[in-house]
Design a protein around this ligand. Structure first.
Ligand code: FES
Ligand SMILES: [Fe+2]
Length: 451
């Protein structure tokens, strides 16, 4: 028989494994519409829903948590967020007329205030009571640094807006961006709890999409705070121990280390490259909404580009569909990872292992939080756990601590990670520059203790 017809030998279990494709997504963690357990949990938080530069002099139609809505700026300048369909006979308010104090439906002229109150019903007789009886669903909106944040939950559980220490630092230019992905929110959120994809997808798979030092496997340690978690990615780079620290606050807030740090030189409490939320559009569409931070000294190699940050785009690789299919195949990025998991990733088809403990942890925590809200408990709120501006940790610290003769370097990395985390957390009760200075001084003293 010719070579061409030789039957390949091997495991070949395609037919046995077909059953995995019958598995279903996990509705408890992935369904976000009104009345779903996860949807009700997510509705206990302020979340960004739009970039305000997209809201012009016309109503701006958006979809959040499976709800069709209209965001508009009434002529006095206040943003309103209301249900899409007019409370009279359901014409879409995307065709509404924006006026002083509210929005008017163009079908029969009902006018709504930003809180959904019916202000006028011009076609009705003067004695009509319909104005007092009807109302349009509306949600409160806070506008801050180019983003519109909304609260879509019950009025009596509305938390204070959480203000983190990174929201108003001197010398920090914050530029918003928003990028949509056609997949469930959880796979976008979980990507931030998966530090090992940085080693492979962003560095070893094809090329360094960020910096070469990401090729080293990090040592990961998790730290829990009452107002949110963080984890340390610790690597040795010559005589330097580099700690890249990520804030991870449920349901979806992330602050990473710097985007293009220089791990070869000492740095003390460098701050995050972005502050980012993952906002579900519906069960199979998601928005990443974030600020990129630009501070002097954050980008010693000159790899950032402010002009690329905005609606549908940002200045680091692979966050959206802005590449040809061939380029995405040859050099895939985060977007290609989370979108290609499917419209809704099916956990029953996965094989989670050691490097997935962040993913496993966030799923456990999320499930517990969803169930707690379902049982009538409060969702944990950073702004109620900590009074005032909430301290965060995201960013990079590089300490000159050379390998120590006779000591296991892995043990040193672990010891340093815990000590640095302790130094950060010990300053939680200090504010502003006083806190920053204390952390930096303590890091320098600690570094010197290894000299
Ligand atoms: S449908 Fe809007 S005013 Fe009649
Ligand atoms: Fe990534």
């Amino acid at each position: 028989m010719s070579e061409a017809f030789q039957i390949p030998e091997g495991n070949f279990r395609g037919h046995d494994q077909q059953h995995v494709w019958q598995a279903e997504p996990d509705p408890e963690l992935t369904e976000v519409g009104p009345g779903t357990p996860c949807g009700e949990y997510l509705r206990r938080y302020w979340m960004p829903v739009a970039m305000t530069d997209q809201v012009g002099d016309l109503p701006y139609r958006i979809r959040v948590l499976g709800e069709d809505l209209v965001l508009f700026r009434e002529k006095g300048g206040t943003l309103g967020l209301v249900h899409l369909h007019c409370a009279h006979r359901n014409m879409s308010l995307e065709f509404g007329i924006i006026e002083e104090g509210g929005i008017r439906c163009s079908y029969h002229g009902w006018k709504y205030a930003t809180d959904g109150t019916v202000m006028e019903t011009p076609c009705e007789p003067p004695a009509s009571q319909v104005k007092a009886k009807a109302c349009l669903g509306a949600y409160p909106v806070i506008e801050y640094k180019g983003l519109a944040f909304a609260y879509l939950g019950p009025k009596d559980t509305m938390p204070p807006f959480p203000v983190f220490d990174t929201f108003d630092e001197e010398g920090d230019e914050m530029i918003p961006y928003l990028i949509k992905s056609p997949c469930n929110w959880l796979q976008v959120m979980e990507n931030a709890w998966d530090p090992f994809h940085v080693v492979y997808l962003h560095t070893l798979a094809v090329r360094s999409q960020f910096i070469d030092a990401f090729a080293e496997l990090p040592m990961i340690e998790f730290f829990e705070r009452p107002f949110g978690d963080f984890y340390t990615n610790t690597r040795r780079v010559g005589d330097i121990i580099w700690l890249r620290i990520h804030d991870k606050l449920l349901p979806s807030f992330t602050q990473n280390g710097g985007h293009f740090p220089l791990p070869e030189t000492s740095r003390y409490f460098g701050r995050c490259g972005l502050s980012r939320w993952v906002t579900p559009i519906d069960d199979t569409h998601t928005m990443v909404i974030a600020w990129r931070h630009f501070r002097e000294g954050d980008d010693p190699r000159g790899l950032t580009d402010k002009s690329l940050v905005g609606y549908g785009t940002t200045d680091f690789y692979g966050q959206g569909p802005d590449r040809s299919y061939e380029q995405r195949q040859r050099d895939p990025g985060d977007y290609d990872a989370w979108v290609s998991q499917g419209p809704k990733n099916v956990h029953a088809r996965e094989n989670l292992c050691f490097t997935d403990r962040g993913v496993a942890k966030v799923r456990r925590k999320l499930r517990a939080a969803i169930r707690a809200v379902g049982d009538g408990q409060d969702a944990p709120q950073p702004a109620l756990t900590y009074e005032g501006i909430i301290p965060t940790y995201g960013g990079d610290t590089m300490l000159r601590i050379p390998p120590q003769p006779g000591r296991d370097d892995g043990a040193i990395l672990k010891e340093v990670a815990h000590k640095v985390a302790e130094i950060y957390m010990a300053a939680d009760d200090l504010k502003g520059q006083v806190r920053v200075d204390r952390i930096r001084d303590d890091l320098k003293t600690y570094e010197a203790s290894w000299a």
